[in-house]
Design a protein around this ligand. Sequence first.
Ligand SMILES: Nc1ncnc2c1ncn2[C@@H]1O[C@H](COP(=O)(O)OP(=O)(O)O)[C@@H](O)[C@H]1O
Ligand SMILES: CC(=O)N[C@@H](CCC(=O)OP(=O)(O)O)C(=O)O
Length: 306
Amino acid sequence: MTTPHDPAHDPALLAKAETLIEALPYLQRYEGRTFVVKYGGHAMGDPELARDFAEDIVLLKAVGINPVVVHGGGPQIGRMLKALGIESRFVDGLRVTDKQTAEVAEMVLAGAINKELVGWIARAGGKAIGISGKDGGMVIARKVQAKKPPKAIEDDGEPLVVDLGFVGEPDRIDTSVIDTICAAGMIPIIAPIGVGDDGETYNINADTMAGSIAAALGAARLFLLTDVPGVLDKDKQLLTNLTPGDIARLAQDGTISGGMIPKLETCVHAVEAGCEAAVVLDGRVPHAMLLEFFTSKGAGTLIRAD
Ligand SMILES: Nc1ncnc2c1ncn2[C@@H]1O[C@H](COP(=O)(O)OP(=O)(O)O)[C@@H](O)[C@H]1O
Ligand SMILES: CC(=O)N[C@@H](CCC(=O)OP(=O)(O)O)C(=O)O
């Protein structure tokens, strides 16, 4: 004989219901708002994580939030350049981009990766439109000049200005293309490529692109998915809340370094220019974004203006 299953006393089912109820105030507060999510090239290698990511994005859309995805693809560009016998060189974390490299970057970002992500969203039951910053004249880029680190300072004491070639940063953003896609019930997937006033194609760092788009949209959140649990202190403990002032101190005392510096500069720019808050979180954790957003515990590091 079997005992009939009693859902009212099943602890696992009750826990699921509690999790949904815990999400209710967040759903009410953010309905109709925009979340910009940067999905980095490192996180894309694992198909299970890509599937989880797509499900999270489709869930956000289903509950009335407008997700806007900006993706990277640095490792994938590097592999394609290598296969073509072209060397990759980085200065200040930015890829030195000659004409041929710009063509490869556009092919990999706006072609292969962009359409792969559109496919993942479709498999999760959503509708995505894949575009780059060039489409609809959305992102007009200006050329970036990099300064080499202090050790490269020349004899006359002046930092050596390096010509990065066709590396850009957003100068002007027309958000009407994004608004149109969102209003049609679809999810924009954006490759970090822009066009200059000179008509040239510019390769834009994906964090920078996401931050500028979040600021232009006045997004409720900018999520930057990376390969660490968030910003860590000198004892490797997670710093859960930071302001631009805290970030300046952490940069000065050397707590943050490498790729985390431009990433946090992007967050500071975004929160000071109209985005409500930015979050650096671990893209290797399944459903990290949902945990951060829909539970009271949160995850990762939240950055708000002072
Ligand atoms: N204080 C810090 N906390 C966390 N990560 C840090 C810190 N300082 C430097 N980092 C480095 O920043 C890296 C994240 O930046 P980056 O490699 O540019 O990420 P992504 O490729 O995901 O854009 C981490 O993998 C880590 O090595
Ligand atoms: C100018 C510049 O460096 N552009 C980046 C664009 C891709 C990117 O940023 O990808 P991830 O987020 O995966 O690193 C590049 O060429 O690698």
